[in-house]
Write a protein that binds this ligand. Sequence first.
Ligand code: DP6
Length: 330
Amino acid sequence: MTDRRSIGVGRARACANIALAKYWGKSDETLNLPAVPSLSITLDALVTETTVTLEAGGEDGEDVVLFDQKSRDGEDKSRAVELLDRVRAIAGDDRRARVETVNHFPTASGLASSASGFAALATAAARAYGVDASLEQLSAWARRSSASAARSLYGGFVELAAGLVGDDSLAASVVAPAEHWDVCVVIALASLARKKTSSRDGMIETAKTSPYYPSWVACAPAYFREVRDGVLARDLEKVGTAMEASTFAMHASALAARPAVRYYAAATATLLDCVEALRGDGVTAYSTMDAGPHVKVLCMRSDAERVRDALIATGAAVDVRVARPGPGVQ
Ligand code: DP6
């Protein structure tokens, strides 16, 4: 018997994002709801492209998940399959899928590949299974897979509120479009190695064992408000100082876990020193780090070249890229 359903294909392209006010910790692990509000910039230079193809009559067997043409198993695959399962349940279509993802930047090294990856996958899967989902719904599905991914559905400056236990509809929303502010993020890669502790494991361990975790959760909303007000006012000093406070408070809470959750490398410290020295020379530039050793520097576009050259001159970075506020999922 031939399968009369369409051969579904969905394609999507999403950019990664960098949090200016950090998400670290969950209020509901099952629904993957963040314990604190966060705010990010979607970045044009870090792009993931995903294609989801459904095979007619493909109910049997397994989904195939390829990252940069290599087959993936383990957690990377199971998290993709979980998202596909949720879309299949809504579509009432249990065909298996072939997922092909291409990342145009190094993955799993703290460069937020899960954010662009799940944003692109949610969108491509909805298309392939013929589900007419709004951006808000796609953002909520992506959040279930990776909370930072909820923000990558949208372009520009994007916020994700803290989640109320049980609220599976939580989605991100736009604070200001990409054209709002002429800033850049200069990304200095400290290493190309895959990170040892994923952000998911790192934040769960921090919440379980760090005596500083409750303080982090108590302080984070104030950093978020300061960043949000600063973004709306295009006040780089306000955003930069609040972003650094959010970053170091997040990392301090992680460092106090047992055993310590440490993402810093020697190169990280050299790159942070460089940004401080630039500030000493009158360049308005501020650092942030996520769950990896890389340093990302927020500055005005007019200073981006100078910041990039200074980071390269340290010799501590394996690669330096300049990103600008980018678009939402396409
Ligand atoms: C440090 O979104 O990767 O980059 O929801 O468990 O998948 P899960 O975590 P994830 O965490 C990102 C943490 C961060 C800060 C941020 O992006 O806000």
